[in-house]
Design a protein around this ligand. Structure first.
Ligand code: DQA
Length: 146
């Protein structure tokens, strides 16, 4: 089973970017924690980070027929991108949306997600654990449907 992990814009700066909000782990740290859980579950990960909306759309389209699930932190595109939402809806790959910070406890504009209504669910506010819980959640969801 292969799962696509997408990190949206500015997440390449994790570790130095507003650490009081996003913690001190780097994106490499997050990815290696994900790989540890993936090995435990016996799943393969394809991991992509992009600051570009079109590149994220391309990665989602490219997962059709290849990946059984999508774990995505769309970052700022969560709150703005109809294109990312439409790409996920178009490929019909079960998706879990994750956020490091609790988007519902911050500025009001962060409470709106274009992705959440078409996702299996959203996990927000647990730092790197949002990703790890999200990976376990998408894995269980797919397993139940097999
Ligand atoms: C974020 C929350 C978003 O609102 C923000 O734009 C990000 C990171 C998070 O992981 O907490 O870039 O997705």
């Amino acid at each position: 089973m292969k799962i696509l992990v997408i990190h949206g814009p500015n997440l390449n700066l994790l570790g130095t970017r507003e650490p009081e909000l996003y913690g001190s782990l780097t994106l490499t740290d997050v990815n290696s924690a994900l790989e540890t859980v993936a090995a435990e579950l016996g799943v393969e990960l394809a991991i992509v980070q992009s600051n570009h909306e079109g590149a994220i759309v391309d990665a989602i389209q490219g997962a059709q027929g290849v990946c059984a699930g999508l774990l995505i932190n769309p970052a700022a595109y969560t709150h703005t991108s109809v294109a990312v939402r439409d790409a996920i809806a178009a490929v019909s790959i079960p998706t879990v949306e994750v956020h490091l910070s609790n988007v519902h406890a911050r500025e009001e504009f962060r409470s709106r997600s274009y992705v959440a209504p078409i996702a299996v669910g959203q996990i927000s506010g647990f730092g790197v654990d949002s990703y790890l819980l999200g990976l376990r959640a998408i894995f269980s969801h797919i397993k139940l449907r097999l």
